[in-house]
Design a protein around this ligand. Structure first.
Ligand code: LMR
Length: 342
């Protein structure tokens, strides 16, 4: 079925249910408001577990007046489709990676992709739990999207089928990336060949050699079995993957106040939960990848880490015109990051 008509049918169904609610209140009142929450990762990941926690709390706090349907692993919408579906109201909740908002025209989020810009979760929280992060979410409003929260995944590692000890080891390698110009520039900077690809296509592309390597969090590697098609992982922690939990603004603002208040409460608690378990999930995944014996895991030496930082830091300057000098500066000020210190 053509993608557009599939979204439109879902849209008409949803709008009809909402439009009729007040008229036939007694009969339909029993019918819960359905929130479809679509995402592209597995259930046993920070985001997957966060979405299920939100479902549990939202249904409990609204005494069943709301039903949350979670669609994991791109089963409902793949990367590129999900934002359009949200804007059309065919799905009510998403949590795309901050790397995937460029196509929507909100380039500021790509600042999160700058290599080594966050030297840990504490620095990150100064942005995601502070005014800078709130200002970024507000930039979604004109797109008909409401930013509800930031959810963590973690810091990325690099992988390929040959050892990665220095940036030169990736020269000429085809590397899968998310749809971000900053990530494209990051790999071009070290003479690798970036390939934008939907998350759901990564395993097969590595298995068939369409791409040679990629970058991601270990939780995403393990839960998508990507480690089974990559012989070498280096724990570079060179960049960050996190999410913006978003909804359709008209839908959310149109909810009965009581319902919205309870959903906000559920979202607040699910956010604390998701961000608390994120590191744990990645640590567990790393042990599982190690135990699988399928992939050689390398911790870079201090000298190797410095070589990656030196090779990738110029991307910050090169991306000023794309992401915005003021945007990058706002992160530096919020976190105390000083590129000159490297
Ligand atoms: C990716 O495409 O690699 C990630 O954004 C997937 C995800 O949502 O963690």
């Amino acid at each position: 079925m053509k993608e557009h008509s599939r979204i439109r049918r879902a849209l008409i169904g949803g709008a009809l249910a909402l439009a009729l609610a007040p008229l036939a209140a007694p009969a339909l009142a029993a019918d819960p408001i359905v929130l479809k929450f679509s995402h592209v990762v597995a259930d046993d990941t920070p985001k997957g577990k966060g979405a299920l926690k939100f479902k549990e709390l939202a249904e409990r706090y609204t005494d069943g007046a709301v039903k949350v349907e979670v669609y994991a692993n791109s089963t409902l919408y793949k990367d590129k489709e999900e934002l359009e579906a949200l804007q059309l109201g065919a799905v009510q909740l998403l949590a795309p990676s901050l790397s995937k908002f460029g196509p929507l025209g909100v380039r500021e989020f790509e600042v999160f992709d700058l290599p080594y810009i966050f030297d840990g979760s504490d620095a990150l929280r100064k942005v995601t739990e502070g005014p800078v992060g709130a200002a970024f979410l507000a930039r979604l409003d004109p797109k008909g999207i409401k930013g509800l929260a930031y959810w963590d995944n973690g810091f990325k590692v690099l992988s390929a089928n040959a050892p990665i000890r220095s940036p030169d080891d990736l020269r000429g390698k085809k590397m899968r990336i998310q749809s971000s110009k900053v990530l494209e520039e990051q790999f071009r900077e070290i003479k690798a060949l970036p390939q934008v690809m939907a998350f759901s296509e990564v395993y097969q592309a590595l298995q068939t050699g369409v791409v040679d390597g990629t970058e991601n969090t270990v939780s995403n590697y393990y839960t998508q079995k990507v480690h089974e098609v990559q012989k070498h992982i280096t724990l570079t922690e060179h960049g960050y993957i996190g999410y913006a939990v978003i909804t359709n603004k008209k839908f959310w603002d149109g909810l009965p106040v009581e319902i919205r208040t309870r959903l906000d409460q559920a979202m607040g608690e699910a956010t604390v939960y998701a961000n608390r378990i994120a590191q744990e999930e990645n640590d567990k995944a790393l042990e599982a990848v190690r135990a699988s014996g399928r992939t050689e895991i390398r911790t870079p030496t201090e000298a190797e880490r410095k070589a990656f930082i030196k090779a990738l830091l110029p991307v910050h300057k090169k991306m000023e015109s794309r992401v915005g000098t003021a945007t990058i500066k706002s992160i530096y000020e919020a976190t105390g990051f000083d590129p000159a210190a490297f």
